[in-house]
Every structure is written in structure tokens, then in C-alpha cells.
Design a binder for this molecule. Structure first.
Ligand code: SAM
Length: 424
């Protein structure tokens, strides 16, 4: 059992149900998964779920689960679900996303809310998923890859740069701000160690800067949602009050505090605001071109491996991507736009597909080898396995029809092409 900081206890002592609030720290953290309906419907997932699922009331794809190893199953590797703290799943529904909109997630790693936004967008429209920290951005990309999100640009830059590059571009903006993490005390010991009133002040200052840049990226008529996983007023209610007084073009729609003794979850704060004035910016769309010889290498490979012809293809002389419609020209920061399909082989003669592409494909879109549970586990460990002699070339390995990654079939052996970092 951990000890809560004394000052934190004092600061919380005036809330309703304070005793019950303290008692909530005596139980283990509640956990949930979000079913990835980009790949599987909730109904179909229920039929194959290895866990007991109990509905989280505020998000139709989220379910309370218990047990260990949630992130170590084959279905997890196939991107069929994302493990997420239950109260954190309450934020994205407040964006009221319609498929086809432009949405910004300004503080996005490790990607819980970005992948949830992607599910609402249903691979239509544009998601810009930004993370300032380069190492955390890698984790974000890997989660986006696993869940098979296609209509996304992952950027790694400061909020200021996003405001400058996408003025009044977005229909919806989410700021899930870096915070003092009082709702993380049960899950992360470091949250308790790092807690102090000075840190609350530092977080509050940083949040108000992030919010003002978020406001600039939102179109007039757009919706801004701010959230934290802390209970400190300076970062929650007072943050919103001072934002609204500095930005009279915004109107508050609602504020909600999910507290761990009132809901089944570790706690979250959220505020929903509407931007009344301002315009929707004219966007100068860029027109990517395809390098002819690289495109030919790719199309040759595609005709032997995929059951469809991909459009919106961009290639330089090494790599192939699909690009997003409706995306502006941006410069001066790391931006991974669309789906990276793969690159030229080292000898320059062939196209080699990326893991990202495998994870975006549906079973009927690609030549594939379906495997049983034991072979799937073997594959996820990075091992080769036997296959029919008739199989030749690049194949996606599927388990229950869901892609796990590529293999290359040669003379009855499927050589493993799962990236080394993803092997278990
Ligand atoms: N939305 C994420 C999710 O659902 O998985 C969690 C985001 S976490 C609460 C806040 C993120 O903000 C961290 O990844 C952190 O690196 C990032 N961050 C830290 N300082 C920042 C800053 N000055 N501007 C923007 N983001 C920042």
C-alpha cells in the first residue's frame, strides 16, 4: 500500500464524500479495454474475447476487464483492442466527432485517445496526432500502427508550431494535457513521488500555453475539449475559467469531474468548449507526385500480393506512401502522413512491404496464410513455420482472419518478417 502526500489529502478534504474518496485508494486500479471497431465489431469481439467484458457506461466500445497479461495476447498483437483506464475513455465521446472531420489531438502519446478518435472518424477525414516528446512519439506511432489507423498524420512538435502550421484548420481539437497526475497515484508510483504544489503551478502554466495554441488551430464554430487526469483546481476548473476570460470567443458547454469514489475509474477532468467566432481557413493542399520507376516496382508487387489497387499513392525514389486528401503543406517538423507502404529492397530490385501496411489490411484485401493459435504464437516470437509448397512470396499471416504481420513463403517455409521490436 502506498502513502498519499499529506498536502494532497488536505487539499482534497473539502470534496463531497471525502472519506469514500480516501477509501477508494485501498482497492486495486480498475482496468478496461476498448474494442477496436476499425478491425472488428463489438458484437464479433464478444464472441472471441478471452476476458469477461462489462460495459463502461460512457463509451460503447469500452469494457471493464480484470486479470493479467492484457497486453500480451494474440488479439492484442492483432490490434483488436487497446488497454485504457476506464475514465480516460469518457473524453473523446465529448468531441462529438462525425466521420470525415478534421481532428487534432495535441498531446497524443501513448495514443489511447488518438486511436479512439480514429475509431469515431472511421478512416474518413483527417486526424493529426501530435506528441512533443520524440521517444513517446515512437510509442504513439506503434499503437497507431497496431490498430490499423489510415487517415492520420503523426507529428512531433511543440503546440506553437501546430498553431502556426494549421491555423483554424480543425473542426475538433483535443488537449489531453500533461498534468500533475493525481488520478495516476494507484497506477504509477512516480506520480506520487513527483507530486508537489510547485509542480501543480508549473503544470498549470504549461497547460494555459498549450490551450492558447489549441484555440488558434480550431476553426470558428469548432469544438475544443480539454482534459486532465488530475483533481487540482488550478489545472482543472480554474484553468478553464482563466482560458475563457482570456478567450471571449469561446463558450463553455460543460465541465465534468469523474472522481474515483463516484465512478468506476481512476478519475478524470474534462471541459467542453465551443468557438463562436473565427473562420475556417483556406487550405493550400499539397500535390504529392509519384516517382515512376519506384511506382512500377510497387505496382508489380501489388498485383501479385494485394487484391485491390491502392490510390493516393506517393513515392520518392525509395519509399511508398498513401497520402491524405485534404491535408495542407507543412514544413519544419517531423510529420508522418498517411500510411507508409514500404520501400525498395537493398539491391534496388524489389519492393518490400512495411508492417504498417500489413496492419491496415483486411483479410480479403491480401494474399494470406491463416494460422492456428500455436503457429500464431510461434510467429509472434519471430520464428519461421511450415506452409503449403504452393504459397510463394509475400503473405500476410492472419489469426482468425486478422493480420499479425508479413511472412515470405519459399519452398514450404514461411520466413518471419515481423519487426524485431514487436516480437514476444
Ligand atoms: N492523450 C494521451 C493518451 O490518451 O494516450 C495521453 C497524453 S499525456 C496525459 C500528455 C502528453 O503531453 C504527454 O505525452 C507529454 O509528453 C505531452 N507534453 C508534455 N509537455 C508538453 C507540451 N509542452 N506541449 C504539448 N505536449 C506536451
Amino acid at each position: 500500500m502506498f502513502e498519499l502526500p499529506e498536502k494532497f489529502i488536505r487539499r482534497m478534504s473539502d470534496i463531497d464524500g471525502f472519506e469514500a474518496f480516501l477509501k477508494s485508494y485501498e482497492t486495486p486500479p480498475v482496468r478496461a479495454i476498448r474494442v477496436n471497431n476499425l478491425k472488428i465489431s463489438v458484437e464479433d469481439f464478444k464472441k472471441i474475447s478471452p476476458f469477461d467484458l462489462k460495459q463502461v457506461p460512457w463509451e460503447k466500445t469500452a469494457f471493464y476487464v480484470s486479470g493479467e497479461g492484457l497486453g500480451k495476447t494474440i488479439l492484442h498483437a492483432a490490434g483488436l483492442y487497446y488497454v485504457q483506464e476506464p475514465s480516460a475513455t469518457a473524453v473523446v465521446p465529448e468531441l462529438e466527432i462525425a466521420a470525415g472531420e478534421r481532428v487534432l489531438d495535441l498531446c497524443a502519446a501513448p495514443g489511447g485517445k488518438s486511436t479512439q478518435i480514429a475509431q469515431y472518424l472511421n478512416n474518413k477525414g483527417v486526424l493529426v496526432s501530435n506528441e512533443i516528446d520524440f521517444d513517446r512519439c515512437k510509442i504513439l506511432k506503434s499503437n497507431i500502427e497496431r490498430l490499423g489507423v489510415k487517415n492520420v498524420a503523426v507529428t512531433c512538435c511543440a503546440p506553437e508550431k501546430i498553431a502556426e502550421s494549421f491555423p483554424e484548420y480543425f473542426d475538433k481539437v483535443l488537449v489531453d494535457a500533461p498534468c500533475s497526475g493525481e488520478g495516476m497515484f494507484k497506477k504509477e508510483e512516480s506520480a506520487i513521488k513527483e507530486w508537489s504544489e510547485e509542480n501543480i503551478k508549473r503544470c498549470s502554466k504549461r497547460q494555459s500555453e498549450i490551450l492558447s495554441f489549441a484555440a488558434q488551430a480550431l476553426k470558428g464554430g469548432g469544438r475544443l475539449v480539454y482534459s486532465t487526469c488530475t483533481f487540482a483546481k488550478e489545472e482543472d476548473e480554474e484553468q478553464i475559467e482563466s482560458f475563457l476570460s482570456a478567450h471571449p470567443e469561446f463558450k463553455l458547454i460543460k465541465m465534468k469531474k469523474l472522481l474515483p469514489h463516484e465512478v468506476k475509474g481512476e478519475g478524470h477532468f474534462l471541459a467542453v468548449m465551443h468557438k463562436q467566432n473565427g473562420s475556417r481557413a483556406e487550405v493550400k493542399l499539397r500535390k504529392p507526385k509519384a516517382n515512376e520507376s519506384m511506382l512500377k516496382l510497387y505496382r508489380d508487387w501489388e498485383s501479385q500480393t494485394l487484391n485491390f489497387k491502392a490510390d493516393n499513392i506517393y513515392c520518392d525514389n525509395e519509399r511508398v506512401y498513401s497520402f491524405l486528401n485534404d491535408f495542407p503543406e507543412v514544413y519544419g517538423f517531423h510529420c508522418d502522413e498517411g500510411v507508409y507502404f514500404g520501400a525498395k529492397s537493398p539491391d534496388g530490385k524489389r519492393f518490400e512491404p512495411s508492417h504498417r501496411l500489413a496492419m491496415c489490411l483486411k483479410a480479403d484485401e491480401v494474399k494470406r496464410i491463416e494460422v492456428d493459435e500455436a503457429t500464431a504464437l510461434k510467429y509472434l516470437k519471430g520464428l519461421t513455420f511450415d506452409c503449403a509448397e504452393s504459397e510463394k512470396g509475400w503473405r500476410v499471416v492472419t489469426y482468425m482472419g486478422y493480420p499479425l504481420g508479413w511472412c515470405k513463403a519459399v519452398a514450404g517455409v514461411a520466413k518471419n518478417h515481423l519487426p524485431k521490436g514487436l516480437r514476444i
